[in-house]
Structure formats: structure tokens, C-alpha cells
Design a protein around this ligand. Structure first.
Ligand code: COA
Length: 323
């Protein structure tokens, strides 16, 4: 079906889903693999356990199906699957193509890689597609980092894990939920966090930590300014789940109380593109967000990328009738 560019048509999230592989790896399990301790990992990162296993396509199908079911959309009205991942199952084709097929969709499908900022990039992109005529988008963030983690390296193996989160984004009459956004990258910082094709993750943890706090704060402030809202009115901040101390430091500098942060990293570890949708879904399921509330998503990752978005939950508008 042809799509008429609608220019400024807005969008809202109408359904969400999550997937974590069944296998749980605790800090005590890691104690058996290299010289570390549960106490050190909890104190330095906040992580207690993580899920590992599965494929990017498999986890995406699981979270995507839940999001579609919750939104109750007619599958024929989904116009694109946008999958944020830094760990596709194959170099070619895009993992999103297999997800689209398995979910019974007939629409565009593509992957994007902005590392741990990927889901927020994908969400902004989905709003752009809707502004130019798309009706409904399935937006997924999935990573299977266990496959590119060096399980003998205690600097990285304590952090990374697998998971997936998905949302359905639907067109609405009016401006919709996205009030402001910021996407950023600094390719000069590539050497601090990278994995070569076929290789494993290399990370300079201290430098990544230092930059992460700064770029999260910077990106969040840009989105809040673009949205024209007061940071004190942010009801929920959904940060990238890398390290509780990074979240703590960023919240402190932003002047957002930690109680307003959504955190799941104690049981998920760092799931890269999946971390923000997993934390968002957890907060939504716990009833922490009501219609009209301001939600700030903010992430950072390899690249080094940063991305943030301010959403007015519910958008204050009814979904648009199908074209
Ligand atoms: N278990 C026990 N001890 C460990 C350890 C582990 N897993 N890893 C490092 N150590 C030791 C170090 O050898 C060092 O010992 P020393 O003082 O005798 O030399 C000490 O603990 C401190 O190490 P350091 O590297 O300074 O720790 P840190 O406080 O910087 O924490 C990270 C390390 C990786 C947890 C932290 O730097 C971090 O989270 N960085 C950001 C990573 C990130 O977010 N990556 C993803 C981006 S999307």
C-alpha cells in the first residue's frame, strides 16, 4: 500500500514485550570461571546475575510477538520491523528479515547498529517513518553479547549478557509522544570499546565509564531542552543498563533522584540494545508510568554513541484509522 507523507504525524507506543534466555549465570558461577567475587561485582557494577544463550532472531521473535499481541494490531498494518542489534545472527541478510517472516509480517525490515544506544536510535527512526506516512512499526532491541564475550576476561565477562525488548509504535492524530530527541556519535573513541568481525569484545573500562557519564548527561540535557520541559518534571528515566554507578552518577549530575530511574541490570547485566526496552517494560509492568507522564530514555555505547528521547506517555491522542 502506498504511503502518503504526513509530515508531522505523531506516534505512541501501544504494546511491549521482552525476552531473556532461560540460562542464568550468577556472580557465583563467574567465581568458578576466573578470579573474581560476587561482592566485587555487586559493589563495582550492581550486577548479580545475567541471562545468556539464544539467538538474536529467536529472542526478537519472542519479544516482538508479545509486543504485537499486547498492542492488538492487525499484522497487515505493520509497515516495518526495525531491529537494533550489534550482534546479528548473520552478516547477511539482516536478522530483522527472519523476524519479519516468523512473525507473519509483510513489510519492510532492516537492522540498525548503534551499539547500546541502538534501541533509542530505532525508536526515533520509527517516529520518522510514521511522520512520513508509515502506520505501525515494530521496533526491537536485541543483543546476544555472550557470543562475543571473552569468558576468560574478568574486565568484560562480568558485564555482558543477552536479551531482547520490543515495542509497537502506532501513528496518532496530533504530535504524539516524542517531544524531543538527541542522537550522537564520536568515532574517535572507537578504540575504547570494539569487537572485530569474528572477534571478541575489547574494552577500556575506566575510560568508557568516564565518557559514559559525560555523554549521557549531555545527551539527556539536549533532549530535555529540545522537548521544552523541565528536568524536574521527568517522572521516569530509563537509562542504559551498564553499571549502577554510571546510572547513579548521571542521575546525580542531571538532578534526577535515583528513585525515578528504571533499573533491571542487577538481574540482566548489560544487554546492549535490549537494555532500555527491558528496563522500560519492567517499569511499565510495575505501573510506574501513567498517561501524561514524562519519560526520558538515555543510552550510550560503543562508537561512542549516545541517544536520548523525551516521551509524553500516551501522547494525548487516539490512534489514527488505517489509511
Ligand atoms: N573481579 C575482581 N577484581 C577485579 C575485577 C573483577 N571482575 N576486574 C578488575 N578487578 C580489579 C583490578 O585488577 C583492580 O585491581 P588493582 O587495584 O589491584 O589493580 C581493581 O579491581 C580495580 O579495577 P578497575 O578496572 O579500576 O575497576 P573499576 O572500578 O573501573 O571497574 C568496570 C571496572 C569494568 C566495572 C568499570 O570500569 C566499568 O563499568 N566501566 C564501564 C564499562 C561499560 O559500561 N561498558 C559498556 C559500555 S556500553
Amino acid at each position: 500500500m502506498p504511503h502518503v507523507p504526513a509530515g508531522t504525524r505523531g506516534a505512541v507506543i501501544t504494546g511491549w514485550g521482552t525476552a531473556l534466555p532461560p540460562k542464568v549465570l550468577t556472580n557465583h558461577d563467574l567465581e568458578q570461571m576466573f578470579d573474581t567475587s560476587d561482592q566485587w561485582i555487586v559493589e563495582r557494577t550492581g550486577i548479580r546475575e545475567r541471562h545468556v544463550g539464544g539467538t538474536t532472531v529467536g529472542l526478537s521473535i519472542e519479544s516482538g510477538r508479545q509486543a504485537l499481541e499486547m498492542s492488538g494490531v492487525d499484522l497487515a498494518e505493520i509497515d516495518a520491523v526495525v531491529l537494533a542489534t550489534t550482534t546479528p545472527d548473520r552478516t547477511v541478510p539482516a536478522s530483522s528479515a527472519a523476524v519479519q517472516h516468523e512473525l507473519g509480517l509483510r513489510c519492510g525490515a532492516f537492522d540498525i547498529n548503534a551499539a547500546c544506544s541502538g534501541f533509542t536510535y530505532a525508536l526515533v527512526l520509527a517516529h520518522g517513518l510514521i511522520a512520513t506516512g508509515a502506520r505501525k512499526i515494530l521496533c526491537i532491541g536485541t543483543d546476544t553479547l555472550a557470543r562475543i564475550t571473552d569468558w576468560t576476561d574478568r574486565n568484560t565477562a562480568i558485564l555482558f549478557a543477552d536479551g531482547s525488548g520490543a515495542v509497537v509504535v502506532e501513528a496518532v492524530d496530533g504530535p504524539g509522544q516524542l517531544l524531543g530527541w538527541d542522537l550522537d556519535a564520536d568515532g574517535s573513541a572507537e578504540r575504547f570499546l570494539y569487537s572485530d568481525i569474528g572477534g571478541l569484545i575489547h574494552m577500556e573500562g575506566k575510560e568508557v565509564f568516564r565518557r559514559a557519564v559525560r555523554i549521557m548527561v549531555d545527551s539527556a540535557q539536549k533532549s530535555v531542552a529540545a522537548a521544552g520541559v523541565d528536568i524536574a518534571d521527568i517522572k521516569l528515566v530509563v537509562p542504559h543498563q551498564a553499571n549502577i554507578r554510571i546510572i547513579d552518577a548521571a542521575c546525580e549530575r542531571l538532578g534526577i533522584p535515583m528513585e525515578r530511574a528504571a533499573t533491571v541490570l542487577h538481574r540482566t547485566g548489560n544487554t546492549s540494545s535490549a537494555s532500555i526496552p527491558l528496563a522500560l517494560a519492567d517499569a511499565l509492568s510495575a505501573g510506574r508510568v501513567a498517561d501524561g507522564d514524562l519519560v526520558l530514555l538515555v543510552g550510550f555505547g560503543a562508537g561512542m554513541t549516545a541517544a536520548s528521547a523525551v516521551l509524553r506517555w500516551g501522547g494525548g491522542a487516539e490512534p489514527v484509522n488505517p489509511l
